[in-house]
Design a protein around this ligand. Structure first.
Ligand SMILES: Cc1cc2nc3c(=O)[nH]c(=O)nc-3n(C[C@H](O)[C@H](O)[C@H](O)COP(=O)(O)OP(=O)(O)OC[C@H]3O[C@@H](n4cnc5c(N)ncnc54)[C@H](O)[C@@H]3O)c2cc1C
Length: 496
């Protein structure tokens, strides 16, 4: 099973059958009856099926364990789904009185084990807090409940001629509260910004049951940002119940194009120059050779396989056209030529689907690792990372694309595939790939996560990444949640 240090004691994993037997032999916690007096009966579930379904998220390690009929961590003791923010407060106060550990839960689409219980915790799901409270066209903001599904939010906005501008690939699988809690990024981040640029207000049920309100304003200079303390808090500092986010007019015009470059270095230089020319592509996705091949590109005689880059510009027609023209000039200077548009059409049709399911269902091991680094190192970092796993080849396939770009650097999104084999063989290799990638990332000045967060799976590296900042995070946790009731064992903060 996983443990809060993030290391994987594979052999100790509890089987689902054992967990079921133990659950059947263990009596329902005595406090359930008292909680039933506070909430409607349908909001509390303690049956084995509900508990097992909420025992993990989309953490690949957890999926591999589940495939082998094992638990990733522990079973939660119950799944509680309050219908209102007041009820959330009641449940949190109740948990305090009865000393019950809590894990806030959005949709379980996280990929780092952020909701995996280690100590029989109670899952508090935001599922029923799913309303759009207000779309304020004057101030261009929307006020929503935190359990709102991302796709439902975007669809409602589009019906009114707006967009939220935040399009994670998991749009239909995730909640707006989960976006904030994991400090996520959408596919159009270089145009609209990341989630921290979009959220302007928030309500949070704190670990003592009090409701914190950060009023929505365009910006404030009132000490360190309280709002930002909760963006990326991963369920450790309270339950986010409401958010106010900037929204945007749907673009008047969109220009999509696919460019092929002779090699990766030319592609990276072009994307860097596009960002440093202060253009704002709605999409800038550059693929390495291994990922470009899947789009059907062939090497010219005697040459290397070209790498492809998908670019999109949007907004007012004149602005989008001018930005696209400027970007084309930059690409041409780096040897880029307009390529077949099919990869863009294909990508757009699948942009909100999971790409790992077929591979995992066929017994393979599929994981992704997203990091970010300055332009000066990102190319070399890629080379060293792919070289560092060579002794695992041909078993391990490590490929990458760059899908969030900035003036100073980019996010590198690595995909690791290991073919079908036993867990005993594959999981140590999987762990070793993570170790080598994280080590190189830290040694070369990158950050260990660009948008998936830490959960428990990255616990091993967070203290090194944050240095004294981790001590500060522990202090914040101690002040807000001295009894360590909220999602202990995540963000590298020990459960005891
Ligand atoms: C196929 C796939 C593609 C993905 N693509 C992207 C992507 O493009 N960009 C991206 O950023 N992420 C992506 N993710 C990761 C994941 O979808 C995001 O991290 C998402 O924001 C998690 O939202 P959720 O509602 O499912 O949260 P959950 O998985 O339920 O929870 C994640 C963490 O947030 C905490 N949490 C959840 N809700 C609350 C709340 N209301 N209050 C306090 N804490 C809370 C939980 O305790 C946990 O620690 C992808 C995942 C998958 C499976």
């Amino acid at each position: 099973m996983l443990n809060p240090t993030g290391s994987q004691a594979v052999a100790q994993a509890q089987t689902l059958d054992d967990a079921r037997r133990t659950a059947e032999q263990t009596s329902t916690p005595s406090w359930i009856e008292a909680l039933q007096a506070l909430l409607p009966a349908e909001c509390i579930r303690s049956d084995f099926q509900s508990r097992a379904e909420h025992s993990r998220d989309r953490l690949p390690f957890g999926r591999f364990r589940h495939r082998s009929k094992k638990l990733a961590g522990d079973l939660p003791c119950a799944v509680v789904e309050p219908k209102t923010s007041d009820d959330m407060q009641r449940v949190v106060r109740f948990a305090n009185q009865h000393d019950i550990q809590i894990i806030p839960y959005g949709s379980g689409s996280g990929v780092l084990g952020g909701v995996v219980p280690f100590q029989n915790d109670m899952i508090i799901s935001a599922r029923h807090l799913d309303q759009i409270i207000e779309i304020d066209e004057t101030n261009r903001v929307a006020r929503v409940e935190a359990g709102l599904n991302g796709m439902a939010f975007e669809t409602a906005l589009r019906d009114r001629g707006f967009t939220c501008g935040h399009y994670p690939q998991s749009l239909s699988m995730s909640t707006v509260g989960g976006w904030a809690a994991c400090r996520g990024s959408g596919q159009a981040s270089s145009r609209y910004g990341n989630i921290e640029n979009l959220i302007v207000g928030m309500k949070v049920v704190l670990p003592d049951g009090e409701l914190l309100e950060v009023r929505p304003v365009p910006r404030r200079s009132v000490g360190p940002s309280i709002l930002e303390m909760f963006i990326g808090s991963e369920g450790l500092l309270g339950i986010i119940v409401e958010l106010t986010l900037r929204i945007w007019r749907l673009p008047e015009h969109e220009i999509d194009t696919v460019i092929s470059f002779p090699d990766l270095d030319h592609g990276l230089a072009a994307v860097r120059d596009i960002m440093q020319a202060e253009l704002r592509p709605a999409l800038a996705r550059l693929y390495d050779e291994a990922e470009s091949i899947k789009w059907g590109l062939e090497a010219p005689p005697g040459g290397a396989i070209p790498v492809i880059c998908m670019l999109s510009f949007s907004g007012l027609e004149g602005v989008a056209k001018a930005e696209a023209a400027a970007a084309m000039e930059i690409c041409a200077r780096h040897g880029g030529t307009v390529s077949d548009q099919e990869p863009m059409r294909h990508w757009k049709s699948k942009r909100f689907e999971s790409h790992s399911d077929a591979f995992v269902d066929a017994g393979g091991f599929y994981d992704t690792i997203e990091i970010a680094a300055p332009w000066s190192t990102v190319g070399e970092m890629y080379r060293q990372m792919t070289t560092s796993v060579r002794d695992h080849q041909p078993v391990v396939q490590l490929s990458a694309h760059w899908s969030h770009a900035y003036t100073d650097g980019a996010c590198m999104y690595l995909t690791c595939k290991i073919p079908a084999m036993s867990d005993d063989e594959a999981l140590p290799i999987h762990a070793d790939v993570w170790e080598r990638v994280m080590r190189l990332c830290l040694d070369m000045g990158g950050t260990i996560s660009h948008h998936h967060g830490i959960g428990c799976f990255r616990n091993r590296w967070i203290a090194e990444e944050l240095n004294h900042g981790h001590r500060m995070l522990e202090g914040l946790k101690q002040v807000l949640d001295p009894r360590m009731l909220f999602n202990a064992g995540k963000l590298g903060i020990k459960a005891d």
